[in-house]
Design a protein around this ligand. Structure first.
Ligand SMILES: NC(=O)c1ccc[n+]([C@@H]2O[C@H](COP(=O)([O-])OP(=O)(O)OC[C@H]3O[C@@H](n4cnc5c(N)ncnc54)[C@H](OP(=O)(O)O)[C@@H]3O)[C@@H](O)[C@H]2O)c1
Length: 289
C-alpha cells in the first residue's frame, strides 16, 4: 500500500517524519504552514509537489495522499482538525494523525465524524530543531480511534522502521506521565544537585567534570537492573544521622527550602521503593529537635 503524505505544519517533528517517509519511497504531496519561509525550505528539502500557506488548499489535492500528518502544536490540533473536517476531502480512505504525546484521538473527533481514520503517532524523542534526524529503531506510541486506523498506523510505523507500541486512548495520559517522569523531572534534580555543589564552593562549570561518572553509572544501572536495584547511599544504608544532617543543612538556609521539600518527598519515595519506613522518623526527629 502507498502511504503518500500531506503535512499540516512544517516544524521540528515534521522535518524528521517527512524525511522518513521520503527515505522509504513515499512522497510528500502537499504541505501547508502558517508562515511561508519555513514552508518553502521544507518543500525544497522533501520535493513537495504542492504547498500553500492556506490550509484550505489541501482540498484541491485530496486524491494524491493517503495520510495527513497534523504536525502543529498540541493546542491547535483540534482547530486544524475542525478546519480540515469542513473541506471536501476523501475522508473514508485517508488517515489523519497528529503527533502529540499527551493529546488523544479525541482532538480529531470532527474528522472521525466525517468517516476518516484517525489516530495519534507519538515518537518519544526530543526534536529540538527543524532538521531531519533519523528515526530508525525509535519507538512510536500509536493510539487509534478504530482497528482499521490502528492497522494502517502499524503498517506505516513498520515501513518507517520504527518500533510501534499500541495504547488505548483512555490510558494515554498515563503513557504521557511516564514520559514526563522519565525525562522532565530529571534535569530539575540535576539542577538541584548543581545548586548544592555551588553551596559547597564548587564552580558550576566544573560540575560535570566531577559528577558525570555517577550520573552515567546511575542511568546504566537503572536500565540494566531496574530503579529498585540502583539506589546506593544514605537511604539504602539507613544512615538516619546523616539524613538528619542533610535536613538540618537544607532547613538552615532560606534559599534551600524548596530543595528541603524535594529532599523529604524523594527520600520518602525512595525509602518506600526500598521497603524502608523513613517518613515519620525523618520528620518527627527534625521537628521535635
Ligand atoms: N519537538 C519535540 O521534541 C516533539 C517530540 C515529540 C512530539 N512532538 C509533537 O509534535 C507536534 C508538533 O510539534 P513540533 O515540536 O514539531 O512543533 P513546532 O516545531 O513548534 O512546529 C509547529 C508547526 O505548526 C505551525 N503552527 C503553529 N501554530 C499554529 C497555528 N495556530 N495554526 C496553524 N499552524 C500553526 C508552525 O508554523 P510556523 O512555521 O509558522 O511557526 C509550525 O510549522 C506536537 O503535537 C508535539 O507535541 C514534539
Amino acid at each position: 500500500m502507498e502511504f503518500d503524505a500531506a503535512f499540516i505544519g512544517t516544524g521540528r517533528v515534521a522535518w524528521s517524519l517527512a524525511d522518513a517517509f521520503v527515505d522509504v519511497g513515499y512522497f510528500v504531496r502537499f504541505a501547508s504552514n502558517r508562515t511561508e519561509e519555513p514552508l518553502k525550505k521544507f518543500a525544497e528539502e522533501f520535493m513537495v509537489d504542492e504547498i500553500s500557506t492556506n490550509i484550505k488548499d489541501i482540498g484541491k489535492f485530496t486524491s494524491k495522499f493517503q495520510v495527513c500528518v497534523i504536525a502543529v502544536p498540541d493546542s491547535v490540533i483540534k482547530e486544524v482538525a475542525d478546519t480540515l473536517a469542513g473541506l471536501p476531502l476523501k475522508f473514508k480512505t485517508t488517515l489523519f494523525m497528529h503527533l502529540s504525546g499527551s493529546k488523544t484521538t479525541a482532538e480529531l473527533s470532527s474528522l472521525k465524524k466525517m468517516g476518516a481514520m484517525t489516530g495519534s503517532f507519538h515518537i518519544p524523542q526530543s526534536f529540538p530543531e527543524r532538521k531531519a534526524t533519523r528515526l530508525w529503531d525509535l519507538p512510536v506510541c500509536i493510539e487509534a480511534s478504530s482497528v482499521k486506523a490502528e492497522k494502517m498506523m502499524l503498517q506505516i510505523a513498520r515501513r518507517l522502521e520504527l518500533k510501534p507500541v499500541c495504547i488505548k486512548p483512555e490510558l494515554k495520559i498515563y503513557y504521557h506521565l511516564a514520559a514526563v517522569f522519565a525525562s522532565n523531572f530529571f534535569p530539575t534534580i540535576i539542577a538541584d544537585s548543581m545548586k548544592m555543589f555551588e553551596l559547597a564552593g564548587g564552580n558550576k562549570k566544573d560540575y560535570f567534570k566531577i559528577f558525570t561518572p555517577i550520573i552515567e553509572t546511575t542511568i546504566e544501572n537503572i536500565i540494566d537492573n531496574g530503579p529498585e536495584n540502583s539506589v546506593s547511599g544514605v537511604i539504602s544504608r539507613k544512615d538516619f544521622d546523616i539524613i538528619q544532617e542533610h535536613l538540618n543543612a537544607l532547613d538552615s538556609d532560606i534559599s534551600t527550602r524548596e530543595q528541603l521539600l524535594t529532599y523529604i518527598r524523594l527520600s520518602e519515595e525512595t525509602a518506600k521503593m526500598l521497603g524502608i519506613n523513613l517518613k515519620i522518623t525523618i520528620y518527627q526527629k527534625r521537628r521535635s529537635g
